[in-house]
Design a protein around this ligand. Structure first.
Ligand SMILES: Nc1nc2c(c(=O)[nH]1)N[C@H]1C(S)=C(S)[C@@H](COP(=O)(O)O)O[C@H]1N2
Ligand SMILES: [Mo]
Length: 320
């Protein structure tokens, strides 16, 4: 029915976002009827091939997460051309221009530290159809802009449960690929490479924390962190580390690359918090990419109901 409706409209009248939203609606219907994402034609052929390489043959089980928001989506073009990925340069446009040099296949993630099942895991060992979800999340940069992205991925907690951290594991440290031949930004010392980020164990286990392998129904573009990146929707964007090659379970709080480079500006927690200014600017407002007027920034990026309990009794001005 939906598809017939679409046929009555001239293709030139439809923006990519509208097409996607129709497909999204179709996906909802098709998941309910067991038709599946690949069968619905939502995935581009290349995406179907790549996901098949991960062992996901039909993507029958992709569901729309209960955590998805109803916010209007940021345009695909903006999501994939206005990026922060310092490994590909410090400007917003350079990742889209240079990230094609990254070879993201094959890929594996080394899991080490305080964990019962340390190993190098291939993506196909990590991603399972059963837990794949589409989640529409806000991404809020410390630089006061935000986006709304339809991610495809699975809860970080799924992976953590599989590798079984021991009781000594209090934190999780993530590391990005270091490959200066393909990541030209790494030839300069803007940050201490490789890029490192971390979460407290209870943050990492929270159902909102998500490992993304796709967006807009497609394989994750390189500039967005292919083939696998973290999304922590209640924290500033830099916590959402891209192109992850290592996950280490630690007893001590990890030192992230941004904290290492400017400890007064970027703390370990980096929760979105309109009441705590960045030393050089206020964090009260943000510009949603594609919008003209600024919005008020919401506590924990609007996810306070879900995550505020993680920080009760903590002075968030001190633990910023
Ligand atoms: N490895 C790595 N991950 C990274 C970054 C980076 O420079 N390197 N930038 C971060 C920042 S500051 C932001 S705002 C988000 C941007 O994600 P996006 O380009 O997919 O919107 O990625 C984060 N993850
Ligand atoms: Mo950011």
């Amino acid at each position: 029915m939906l598809i017939k409706k679409a046929e009555q409209i001239k293709p030139s009248e439809i923006t990519p976002k509208e097409i996607y939203q129709q497909r999204r609606h179709f996906l909802k219907t098709s998941v309910n009827t067991g038709l599946g994402l690949a069968a619905s034609g939502l995935l581009a052929t290349r995406a179907a091939d790549v996901f098949a390489g991960y062992g996901l043959k039909t993507l029958n089980h992709v569901k729309n997460s209960q955590y998805s928001l109803d916010d209007e989506l940021t345009k695909y073009k903006d999501v994939t051309t206005y990026n922060n990925f310092y490994e590909f340069g410090a400007s917003k446009s350079s990742p889209a221009a240079t990230a094609h040099k990254l070879n993201a296949e094959p890929w594996s993630i080394k899991v080490e530290g305080h964990v019962e099942n340390p190993a190098s895991y291939h993506l196909e060992d990590i991603i399972t159809e059963q837990t794949l979800e589409e989640r529409i999340y806000r991404l809020r940069c410390v630089e006061r802009w935000s986006m709304v992205v339809p991610w495809l991925g699975f809860p970080l907690a799924e992976l953590i449960k599989k590798v079984k951290p021991t009781s000594q594991a209090k934190f999780v440290e993530f590391t990005t690929l270091y490959r200066p031949e393909e990541m030209q930004g790494q030839r300069r010392g803007v940050l201490a490479w490789p890029y490192v980020e971390g979460l407290r164990m209870d943050e990492a286990m929270h159902p909102l924390a998500f490992l993304a392998v796709g967006l807009y129904g497609e394989v994750l573009p390189n500039q967005n962190g292919a083939p696998i990146r973290l999304v922590v929707p209640w924290k500033y964007g830099f916590k959402s580390i891209k192109s992850i090659v290592k996950i280490r379970f630690t007893a001590q709080q990890p030192v992230s690359s941004w904290t290492r480079s400017a400890p007064h500006e970027y703390g370990f927690y980096s929760n979105v918090n309109p009441d705590v200014d960045h030393p050089r600017w206020s964090q009260r407002r943000e510009r949603r990419i594609g919008e003209f007027f600024k919005r008020k920034t919401l506590m924990f990026n609007g996810y306070a109901e879900d995550v505020a309990h993680l920080y009760k009794n903590m002075d968030l001005k001190k633990y910023f």
